[in-house]
Design a protein around this ligand. Structure first.
Ligand SMILES: [Fe+2]
Length: 241
């Protein structure tokens, strides 16, 4: 039986067994089991996009049922287990446009960085990180719903398929914050690096934010339709020691 089939069955079994265990125990076991099954499947077939889509569909089912702490456990499990160089940080039902980022990470000598862990997160197409941000009027960045996990392949390459984020609905010191995708980069032997990828056609990326992006050495993506009709960008990132 395929692991994913097992995962689906597990979802129903856990609900049946809920009477014998506390909700917290059920959810904790659920998260761990699903994450381990997903990791096993992805390790056996790391480039399979369909499996990543299924993973995020399952995550979407869970997301609003879990506590903030449980979602953090799930993120850590995926961060620690991911082997694929491709991540699908969205699902077919997610509102908004799709974008594809084909990335390459190298060092100052142009040599590829393999096995670099990337954790991706962003707002949704309305500018919110979580479903509750619009109610609380606070942006809960660490608990972002749109998220992805990957490791660069042997040539330093990776691919992100996601939803195009929007600017925050709230102003920051009177300014519109440009739409951005957070990338947390962890390379073996180097300090963790956090960058934001911005969008060249974003009206909010004005004369205030462009110099800021240049100072921070954040990439600015110029999206163009690829052969599949998806807006895409080739992101070459040089990782300095
Ligand atoms: Fe952000």
């Amino acid at each position: 039986m395929k692991h994913w089939t097992l995962a689906i069955i597990l979802l129903f079994c856990i609900r049946i067994n809920a009477s014998a265990q506390t909700d917290a125990q059920v959810k904790s076991e659920n998260i761990t089991t699903i994450a381990n099954l997903a990791a096993s499947e992805l390790q056996s077939d790391p480039g399979n996009r369909e499996k990543w889509i299924k993973l995020h569909n399952i995550l979407k089912v869970f997301y609003q049922d879990l506590t903030v702490q449980e979602r953090q456990v799930y993120r850590e499990l995926l961060t620690n287990t991911v082997q694929s160089s491709i991540t699908v940080a969205t699902s077919p039902e997610e509102p908004g446009g799709r974008i594809s980022i084909n990335g390459h990470i190298s060092n100052l000598n142009g040599e590829p960085y393999r096995n670099v862990l990337l954790v991706i997160s962003s707002t949704d197409s309305h500018g919110y990180y979580t479903p509750w941000d619009s109610v609380t009027r606070k942006l809960n960045e660490p608990d972002a719903r749109i998220m992805g996990f990957l490791r660069t392949d042997n040539r330093g390459n990776f691919e992100i398929l996601t939803t195009r984020p929007a600017s925050y609905p709230m102003l920051d010191n009177g300014r519109i914050v440009p739409a951005h995708i957070h990338l947390q980069i962890s390379a073996p032997g180097l300090p963790k690096k956090r960058i934001q990828a911005l969008f060249d056609d974003d009206p909010a990326l004005d004369d205030y934010w462009r110099p800021w992006a240049a100072r921070e050495e954040y990439p600015i993506m110029k999206l163009e339709k690829n052969e599949k009709g998806v807006l895409a960008w080739k992101l070459n990132f040089i990782l300095k020691n």
